[in-house]
Ligand binder design. Sequence first.
Ligand SMILES: NC(=O)c1ccc[n+]([C@@H]2O[C@H](COP(=O)([O-])OP(=O)(O)OC[C@H]3O[C@@H](n4cnc5c(N)ncnc54)[C@H](OP(=O)(O)O)[C@@H]3O)[C@@H](O)[C@H]2O)c1
Length: 319
Amino acid sequence: MPISIDYTGKLVVVTGGGRGIGLAITTALAKAGADVAITYTSSDPSARAAELSAAHGVQVKAFKCEVTRSSDVDAMLEAVEAAYGKKADIGVANAGECSPNHVGWFQGFRGRLPAEFAPVLLCVLKCVGMLTCPGITLWKDAHENTDDEFKHVFDVNTFGPFYFARGLVRSWLGQPIDVAKGGDSLNVPTMKANLGKQILFVSSISGLVAMTPQRQTAYNASKGALTMMSKSLAGEWSHLGIYVNSISPGYVLTDMIANPPDETAKAWAKDWENRTPVGKFATADQIGEFVAVLLSDRQGGMGFMAGSDVVLDGGYTVF
Ligand SMILES: NC(=O)c1ccc[n+]([C@@H]2O[C@H](COP(=O)([O-])OP(=O)(O)OC[C@H]3O[C@@H](n4cnc5c(N)ncnc54)[C@H](OP(=O)(O)O)[C@@H]3O)[C@@H](O)[C@H]2O)c1
C-alpha cells in the first residue's frame, strides 16, 4: 500500500503562518488534513485562512499575537484552545525576523497598533524609504547595533519561540499557560508520560555558520541560540512524549530575501546563490511540504526523533 500522510483530527499552531514559509507550512498541513491555527502580528491572514479551510475541508483560523510579548503568546494559546475546543497536537515556532534596522523599529510599534493601521504605516515607511519590507534588511555592522535593535532580534527569534514552547508544554501538562499563575508542583524529570506532542522550531543555517557578505550578527546569534534551545528542551521533555526538533533552512525565496532592496543587496543575492551548491534558492513550498512530511506519523518523528536539527540548505553549509 502506498505510504500516505494524514493529519486528520490533528491541530497544529503555526506562528507567523500567514505568509512566507509559515504560510507554506500551513498550506501543506491543511492539504494533509490538519486543522491549523495561524498567528500574525501585522498582516491579518483571515481571508487566506478561510480559503484554505474551504479548499481542504479543515479549520484554519487566524489569531493575532505579537510573539515578543509572553502575555500575547499565552492569550493566543488560550484562545486557540477555546476556538477549537481542544489542545494543540503540534506547535511550529516559525515567526522570525532578520537583522536589526528600521524593520526592528517598525516591528516594535506594530504590535501595539490596531491590525488595520500596521499595513498603512508600513506603506508610509516604504514610501519615505525608511523600510523595504518586513524581514528585508538594511544589514548593519555589529558595532553599530543599538541595544534595542540587537535585543529586538532576540525578542522575536529566540524569546518568542521560548514563550510559545513553554505555553504549549504547560498546557499539555495541565498547568495554567501563564507561568505567573503557578500550578501544581510537578517533578517533571521523574514523570512518565507519552503525550504524543511535537514542537518544531524554524531556525536557520545562520545559527550554524555566519552568513556573508552581509553583516547580521544579531540574527545569526539569535538562531544559534534557538537551535541550542531546541536541543535543550528535547532533553527536558522527550521522556514525556514531547518531541522537540528544529529545521535550519538555507536561503528561501520569501519576503525576507526575494526582493533585494538595492544594488548591493542584489549583488549579495547573486553571491548567496553562487555559494549554494545546488545553484538556487528554495521555494517556501518546498520547505512547507518537507515540514509536513517531517512532522507526520510516517516520518518517525513521533517516537524517536528528538533534539535534531535538520539542515535544508541546498548544500550551503557543505563547505
Ligand atoms: N527566508 C529565508 O531565507 C529563511 C532562511 C532560514 C530561516 N528562515 C526563518 O524562517 C522563518 C520564516 O521566515 P520567512 O522568510 O517566511 O519570513 P517572512 O516572509 O518575513 O515572514 C515572517 C513571519 O513572521 C511573523 N512575525 C515577524 N515578526 C513577528 C512578531 N514580532 N510577532 C509575531 N509574528 C511576527 C510575520 O507576521 P506578519 O505576517 O503578521 O508580519 C510573518 O508571518 C523565520 O523564522 C526565518 O528566520 C528564513
